[in-house]
Ligand binder design. Structure first.
Ligand code: FES
Ligand SMILES: [Fe+2]
Length: 422
């Protein structure tokens, strides 16, 4: 597969040379196209993907678009969840208008009924005793529910992986709850790039927009990244006087990441907190991406489910344009990198090493699938708990004598967290 790395030939700049910089090469198709049969689309299909929250299935079937496929998600009256191709196998009516039965979903148009595995259970217009239905199947995908989030597996049946169990699903004293869902009008990869880009938390969320989290975020961190058994982490380590605050976030390929609440003010020594938000960036198609979140919630916070389900500040398109301009946030930064970010025009610096690593993991996974092998993360034993590292932790570490020595000290303190602490 050819990499879209072609650079635009430009004369040496002497300024005012917009004329020579207008060409926009195509995006990296290998990493950004998600439809059936595309390399990245086939890669993403090898993993369980969220498709809907169970809370949205209570009344009627739900029409969704996942990886360029139009689907319907429903719960039948027997309590089972189904994910079917949207258009009825009879003559194509959308099953979003279907009627959930004790077993399966009835199409509104001529009453054909489909079970959750796609078999046709009834064809009421056919003569009594007809066996016609035995030859009819509606496209269907297997499902799995976790904490009110419905996942589906859209890949080849013989390559179905076990459902991954991250240690962050079970945190003592916390309850895993369905949280926010919000859609960005852009490609999935730039949404996920953001997860391994800790510098943006200092700029976008503090210095350029005013403090969206705590003032401690305004200190540009010493940044580091490391591969883990789950995927990779970033380590953002900040000095606050005699204290050192290490913030760790995980990226779990292909499209999951997790992070703590942005409330750390680093004013005292603190033991590690555990992940609070686990987020999947699911491509609807090449130019739309829906984030699904689960949240670890402390019952002492007294949050109602509707509060937990609200997107965080600036994550969705729910603010007036003028406010988004004066105080831009993640939605604005990510979705404005063009509808599909063009990597050939980027100038990646040392602070982008995490983004480079993330894309490499994704590209290797895509190529593994293209070679006919299993990508990283799809051959784990059933039920094996996968260790992750997301946390905020604050140590007392007095500054080293020189700025350079202190940077090294911060880096070492950050890395120590992956081995259990300073
Ligand atoms: S189109 Fe669905 S039953 Fe006829
Ligand atoms: Fe952000």
């Amino acid at each position: 597969m050819k990499r879209a790395r072609s650079r635009v030939a430009r004369p040496k700049s002497i300024g005012f040379d917009g004329y020579h910089r207008r060409d926009v090469p195509p995006p990296d198709r290998e990493l950004t196209q998600v439809g059936p049969g595309t390399p990245c689309g086939e890669y993403l299909r090898r993993f369980w993907q969220p498709v809907a929250f169970a809370r949205d299935l209570a009344v009627a079937p739900l029409r969704v678009r996942i990886l360029g496929e139009d689907l319907v998600v429903f719960r039948d009256r027997g309590g089972r969840v189904g994910v079917l191709h949207l258009h009825c196998a009879h003559r194509g009516t959308s099953l979003e208008f279907g009627i959930p039965l004790e077993r399966g979903l009835r199409c509104c148009y001529h009453g054909w009924v489909y079970d959750v595995d796609g078999r046709c259970l009834e064809t009421p217009g056919e003569p009594a005793g007809s066996r016609f239905r035995e030859r009819v199947w509606q496209g269907a995908y297997p499902t799995h529910e976790l904490a009110g989030l419905v996942f589906a597996y859209l890949g080849p049946p013989d390559r179905r992986p076990s459902f991954p169990v991250y240690d962050s699903y079970d945190v003592r004293g916390y309850r895993l709850m369905p949280a926010a869902q919000f859609t960005l009008p852009c490609n999935w990869l730039q949404v996920k790039d953001n997860s391994m880009d800790p510098v943006h938390t200092a700029f976008l969320h503090a210095l350029s927009s005013g403090y969206q989290f705590t003032e401690a975020f305004g200190a540009v961190p010493e940044i580091d990244w490391k591969l883990t058994d789950a995927g990779m982490v970033y380590l953002a380590t900040r000095r606050v006087g005699d204290l050192v605050w290490v913030r760790v976030a995980d990226f779990m390929p292909p499209n999951v990441h997790q992070f703590t609440r942005e409330i750390e003010d680093a004013t005292e020594v603190k033991p590690a907190s555990r992940p609070v938000i686990i987020r999947w960036a699911v491509p609807n198609d090449d130019t739309h991406t829906t984030n699904f979140e689960l949240a670890q919630v402390d019952p002492a916070w007294g949050l109602e489910p509707e509060q937990v389900a609200k997107p965080g500040f600036g994550q969705s398109d729910d603010r007036p344009y003028a406010e988004r301009q004066s105080h831009p946030a993640d939605f604005d930064a990510q979705s404005s990198q063009r509808t599909i970010a063009v990597h050939a025009l980027e100038h990646l610096g040392s602070a982008d090493r995490g983004v480079i690593m993330l894309r490499r993991i994704v590209r290797e996974g895509i190529r593994a699938v293209a070679r006919g092998t299993d990508p990283f993360g799809t051959r784990r034993p059933e039920g094996k708990v996968i260790r992750t590292f997301t946390q905020d932790v604050v140590f007392r570490v007095p500054p080293a004598p020189s700025p350079e020595a202190d940077r090294r000290l911060l880096r070492a303190t950050g890395r120590s967290v992956l081995n259990g602490g300073s």
